[in-house]
Design a protein around this ligand. Structure first.
Ligand code: NAD
Length: 507
């Protein structure tokens, strides 16, 4: 007990305050930045500081939240070059993909929140019964308090900042914990956030698993976690100590069904783009394709041709292909290719030093190793299943996916798949695009995640919906009918006046 307390006191988080080139700073500080220069803070001190600020009521006003959101927008806009550099360093992320999936998505969310925050904060009046006709009855969105957002490495900026937008808009104080795996972005965020946002209300804590665990010993009012489901269990255990509610943005295998008539070249282009964007390291990347043998046989040459069009004869030389984030993940993926019993149709080559793995397409059977766990890399298994019904059964036998894709020219097939399956998100005739709209909730279902965010959904996730009733003093005679001594007449009156049907009379 004492040792664990001591460890949490000794572990430090770093707030890097100096300016300068990100790469140079990263080289200078090295990966164990917790022990390096900068402003040091104990984690519980950080949480306490934020809690004091929250209790002061500073985050309550729309004005304060709006200013912080605008500052966050300036932070992204003024530091775009450094952000792109850090993403290039961590993942060799092409500028095009970095701008689209990180910078633009974050800016869009910020615009959306800034434009809508006033409306979101309004009390929501609800319908009343006869007995409450003269009262004010409404739902008030209130901030939860001090919330923790833990991010992961594949979209290291977007997956931290978009939840943060919702948390700030909802009036919370926020601790963010970037992934140590994407170290350059982690460093940059730790450097920029204190420069642009209120240090009393928002903090960055850097570090890996140990730091995360130490941080989780503190009491938060909500924990928002993006990452693998294995780590989610450990977070849930920590959260259960304080009965802290959690949002989990997890992963899983996102299926991609192709049935009925399709224009195969267009399908191939959309699948290749969605699958190999970020080198397949997207939680909503199509994990595997299921289609009939006939479709498979026409799809394979179309996929090969598309890959050549997109990335050339030697994809390793293409500037448009990301790298695998770490040697550990590279080894995990190449091990899968060693163990598969499937037939590699294209790709398969890798370069350990360069963390490069070629875009790879493999024809597999149902029980292949590639069909077991989420791939999270540039390997696309294709499984032939004769009929749409059997394909739906196959999908439904697995855990509920984060996203499910269907490609077909036939509306009836799209509707059948939508109605007979479930998933966090659903997109017909494309991949991944559905997550770009702030109007649509983003999140999983079952094992792929709990809760959602983006746009208003993020604001709701970080808000408490407080049921409020402000009663007046009128009609005390009628009110008095609920008091003892009880009687049948009084009961009939109460039945009528509190019935949902009387709400209709008042409309
Ligand atoms: P990771 O290694 O970056 O870990 C995620 C975060 O958890 C990091 O900040 C890490 O420091 C922290 N962490 C590690 N161990 C911990 C522990 N024991 N307790 C608390 N925190 C801990 O990322 P990962 O886990 O490899 O994530 C990859 C997974 O994330 C994939 O399954 C992917 O599908 C999923 N993902 C989901 C989404 C989504 O929005 N649903 C987005 C991206 C990735």
């Amino acid at each position: 007990m004492f040792l664990s307390w001591l460890r949490s006191v000794m572990l430090v988080c770093v707030f890097v305050t100096s300016t300068g080139d990100v790469e140079a700073r990263y080289e200078e500080l090295g990966p164990s930045r917790g022990e390096a220069g900068g402003r040091m803070d104990n984690k519980s001190e950080v949480v306490n500081r934020l809690r004091t600020a929250f209790r002061s009521g500073i985050t309550a006003s729309e004005q304060f939240r709006r200013v912080q959101l605008s500052n966050l927008k300036s932070m992204i806009q003024e530091n775009e070059e450094d952000i792109l550099k850090a993403l290039q360093k961590d993942l060799y992320k092409p500028k095009f993909e970095a701008v689209l999936a990180e910078v633009v998505m974050v800016i869009n969310e910020l615009h959306y929140a800034i434009d809508n925050i006033q409306r979101w904060m309004q009390p929501e009046y609800v319908s009343k019964t006869f007995a409450t006709a003269t009262d004010d009855c409404f739902v008030r969105r209130e901030p939860l308090g001090v919330v923790l957002i833990i991010g992961t490495w594949n979209y290291p900026l977007q997956l931290l900042i978009i939840p943060m937008v919702g948390a700030i808009a909802a009036g919370n104080c926020v601790v963010i914990k970037p992934s140590e795996v994407s170290a350059s972005v982690d460093l940059l965020i730790a450097e920029l956030i204190p420069k642009y946002l209120s240090q009393d209300c928002y903090a960055v804590v850097s570090g890996g698993e140990e730091e995360s665990k130490a941080l989780l010993q503190n009491q938060f009012d909500h924990i928002f976690y993006t990452g693998s489901k294995e780590r989610a269990s450990s977070i849930l255990q920590a959260a259960s100590v304080h009965l802290t509610p959690v949002t989990f943005e997890l992963g899983g295998k996102c299926p991609c069904l192709i049935y009925g008539t399709v224009t195969i070249e267009a399908v191939a282009k959309r699948i290749v783009w969605a699958k190999f964007f970020n080198a397949g390291q997207s939680c909503v990347a199509p994990d595997y394709v299921v289609c009939s043998k006939k479709t498979r046989d026409s799809l394979l040459p179309a996929l090969c041709a598309t890959l050549k069009d997109f990335y050339g004869e030697r994809p390793q030389d293409s500037p448009d292909l990301c790298r695998i984030v770490s040697q550990r993940h590279w080894t995990r993926l190449t091990d899968l290719l060693k163990k598969t019993n499937g037939t590699i149709v294209v790709g398969g080559e890798g370069d350990h030093e360069d963390k490069y793995l070629a875009p790879t397409v493999v024809v597999v059977a149902e029980d292949d190793i590639l069909m077991k766990n989420e791939i999270f890399g540039p390997i696309l298994p294709i499984l032939a299943v004769d009929t749409l019904e059997k394909a739906i059964d196959f999908v439904n036998d697995k855990e509920k996916p984060l996203a499910l894709y269907v490609f077909s020219n036939e509306t009836s097939i799209i509707n059948t798949v939508m109605e007979k399956t479930t998933s966090g998100g659903f997109c017909a005739n494309d991949g991944m695009i559905h997550i770009t709209l702030p109007g649509l909730p983003f999140g999983g279902v079952g094992a792929s995640g709990w809760g959602s965010y983006h746009g208003r959904w993020g604001f709701e996730t970080f808000s408490h919906r407080r049921a409020c009733m402000i009663r007046g003093w009128a009609l005390e005679k009628l009110n008095g009918l609920r008091y003892p001594p009880y009687g049948e007449n009084k009961l009939s009156w109460m039945r009528w006046s509190t019935s949902a049907k009387t709400a209709c009379l008042l409309m």
